[in-house]
Design a protein around this ligand. Structure first.
Ligand code: PGA
Length: 252
């Protein structure tokens, strides 16, 4: 059985004082989540703060992006090694906001995935279709393309130490969540795609759902056979809501 994982994606939100209040409200509840894994992916400047507040807790921390390069003259970029200096466990790669707003293509996403693993970070690879793609009936085609771009470059064995997040773009920050049937169908598709290459890796792989996850829908989504937890944006900025999502996700 796969252990559930819930990760907060703070995006470009927070401040030293807000983060402290949020984490200090979350930490006392962390003991309730001992049967699962919980993490927060924070903006780069707050990694040090997350490290010092979360170090002795069961809550992991990570970043939302990294450079696909190791070091050098790349102004404004942050390398995987810099993230490990702050003991990050996770890094999100290929989030739809990065794909759409910062024009990160499948190839660069694959390079970022590889760069993350090269320094021991666990990449959380985001895949998902836009509303127009879903309406044209090409959801599986899009997800397969995003997935296979990484599999063909990194190799199937790389998925032993990776997480996938299925995030339908139309559900992100919109309050519109995929129905349980829609989520399960794409999650099963992702697992089956990988199963054809390595059944045991595919069986162990965590596939999270993301897109307007809240306390009210987390339990239902996370109880689906191929949904192994959640990647949570907006609702992760509220300690109580995030803790309730974790409670909902706990394996039953
Ligand atoms: P949301 O974002 O929960 O605010 O929809 C999810 C994500 O983008 O990871």
């Amino acid at each position: 059985m796969r252990t559930k994982l819930v990760v907060g994606n703070w995006k470009m939100n927070g401040s030293l004082s807000e983060n402290k209040a949020l984490l200090n409200a979350l930490i006392p509840q962390a003991h309730e989540f001992s049967s699962m894994a919980v993490g927060v992916c924070v903006p780069f400047p707050y990694l040090s703060q997350a490290q010092s507040l979360l170090r002795n807790t069961s809550i992991a921390w990570g970043a939302q992006n990294l450079s696909h390069r190791a070091s050098g003259a790349f102004t404004g970029e942050v390398s995987g090694h810099m993230l490990t200096d702050f003991e990050c466990r996770y890094v999100i790669v290929g989030h739809s906001e990065r794909r759409a707003l910062y024009v990160e293509g499948d190839d660069v996403v694959a390079d970022k995935f590889i760069a993350a693993q090269a320094v021991g970070l666990i990449p959380i690879l985001c895949v998902g279709e836009t509303l127009a793609e879903r309406q044209s009936g090409i959801t599986e085609k899009v997800v397969a393309r995003q997935l296979n771009a990484v599999v063909s470059k990194a190799g199937i064995d790389a998925f032993e130490k990776a997480v996938i997040a299925y995030e339908p773009v139309w559900a992100i920050g919109t309050g519109q969540t995929a129905t349980p049937e829609q989520a399960q169908s794409v999650h099963a598709f992702i697992r089956n795609e990988l199963k054809s290459q390595n059944a045991s890796i595919a069986e162990r792989l965590l596939v999270l759902y993301g897109g307007s996850v809240k306390a009210g829908n987390a339990a239902q989504l996370c109880s689906l056979p191929d949904v192994d937890g959640a990647l949570v944006g907006g609702a992760s900025l509220n300690a109580q809501e995030f803790a309730d999502i974790c409670r909902g996700a706990i394996s039953r």
